[in-house]
Design a protein around this ligand. Structure first.
Ligand code: ASP
Length: 373
């Protein structure tokens, strides 16, 4: 039976609003040493789903570590490792949905605010925890981004176990279903096949076969400790059934993740291609540098993405983006926000952990209605 948080061990009041639910999953109450900054961890919604052996979710684990004095990046990575290793999360790490050839290719990035450094890997096959490989790129090389087979070779040299295949029975079964529906005879031209593939994937989401959060999945996790030290990581299996070799926003510093040790952190989930055109995580941190609070900075970035979306195939009948993209934002004062293009039923949330324990907080939408309307 998980222990409840002992409130006497915490300082008062969190900064979030719209709290929907609180999952008290600490197995031992964390020590909070707060001087000035209220420690906080924010993450995508799956940061409050998968649990480790002790019953901790990603945000709870990271919070426990930062309040226990661990390095903030180590804490974020330990948090997302829980999700990467969860075979049931089909958007991240082991069991992530594969590309169009049935191969799981993973992207990840890390950034350390105080150390002003970062690392990333893209199209990495065979390693369940790409976030840890990204950290090795940061720590052991003079480079920032390694890709493909050579990223795998690097990981092997760093002592990571390389597996032949990161599919699970569940991800393989879903891949085969997608193949059956999209490529019955191998005679579709590439363009039709890509479009049909995307449509079929959306149908499978609508039928409840795939959790929408796990089709456009990913986890970003950002944390700040009581000293104002801020770090973040983003890790993903990318867009389900992508063209092999496709790299999304997650491993690109400034797109899927950006951290400035003096200002704050932002990371994303959702349509990576849209984010790559606006480098919105960088934009958000720069807006915070100009004085915008996290929510306003996030809304400005969503507005930028909206104004850059002009291709007809990316617009719905109202002329607005027909895709989702979400940002998780935290500043060095411990203020945070989660913003998204649409939140039609107001039931999309992001994960937060503060002295009040792990919570699911409503995402603030830029636009009303849904992407599909
Ligand atoms: N942003 C990720 C990508 O584009 C995927 C996602 O979050 O759905 O690879």
């Amino acid at each position: 039976m998980p222990e409840k948080l002992n409130r006497r061990q915490f300082v008062v009041a969190g900064t979030g609003t719209g709290v929907l639910a609180s999952t008290r999953v600490f197995t031992s109450a964390p020590q909070v040493i707060t001087r000035g900054v209220k420690p906080a961890v924010v993450a995508a919604a799956n940061g409050n789903r998968s649990k480790d052996g002790a019953g901790l979710t990603c945000v709870a684990k990271a919070f426990k570590m930062i309040t226990g004095g661990a390095d903030v990046l180590d804490a974020c990575i330990a948090g997302v490792n829980i999700v990467e290793l969860d075979p049931d999360d089909t958007s991240v790490g082991y069991g992530g949905l594969p590309n169009a050839d049935g191969v799981v290719q993973l992207d990840a990035s890390v950034m350390h605010g105080p150390k002003k450094s970062g690392g990333a890997v893209a199209c990495l096959e065979g390693v369940r925890t790409p976030s840890l490989v990204a950290k090795k790129v940061m720590e052991e090389t003079d480079h920032v981004l390694l890709v493909g087979r050579d990223a795998q070779r690097f990981a092997r040299n760093m002592g990571f176990t390389i597996e032949d295949d990161l599919n699970t029975p569940k991800s393989r079964e879903l891949y085969l279903e997608w193949k059956r529906r999209t490529d019955p005879d191998h005679y579709l031209n590439l363009r039709d096949r890509a479009q049909r593939g995307y449509q079929v994937a959306l149908e499978m989401v609508a039928e409840g076969k795939i959790d929408p959060d796990h089709f456009h999945g990913t986890i970003n996790c950002n944390a700040v400790n009581s000293k104002g030290e801020i770090c973040g990581t983003t890790t993903t299996s990318g867009l389900a059934w992508k063209i092999p070799g496709r790299v999304g926003d997650s491993p690109i510093l400034g797109a899927g993740l950006y951290v400035d040790g003096e200002i704050g952190a932002a990371g994303s989930t959702g349509r990576g291609e849209a984010n790559l055109f606006s480098l919105a995580s960088f934009l958000i941190v720069e807006s915070m540098r100009q004085g915008k609070p996290p929510k306003d900075a996030g809304m400005a970035a969503l507005q930028r993405i909206k104004s850059q979306t002009v291709a007809k195939r990316l617009l719905n009948s109202r002329g607005q983006p027909n895709f989702g993209v979400t940002f998780y934002i935290l500043n060095v004062k411990g203020e945070y926000a989660g913003v998204t293009m649409y939140n039609p039923n107001e039931n999309s949330t992001f994960a937060v952990c503060t002295e009040n324990g792990p919570q699911n907080v409503k995402l603030e939408p830029l636009l009303t209605g849904s992407a599909a309307d």
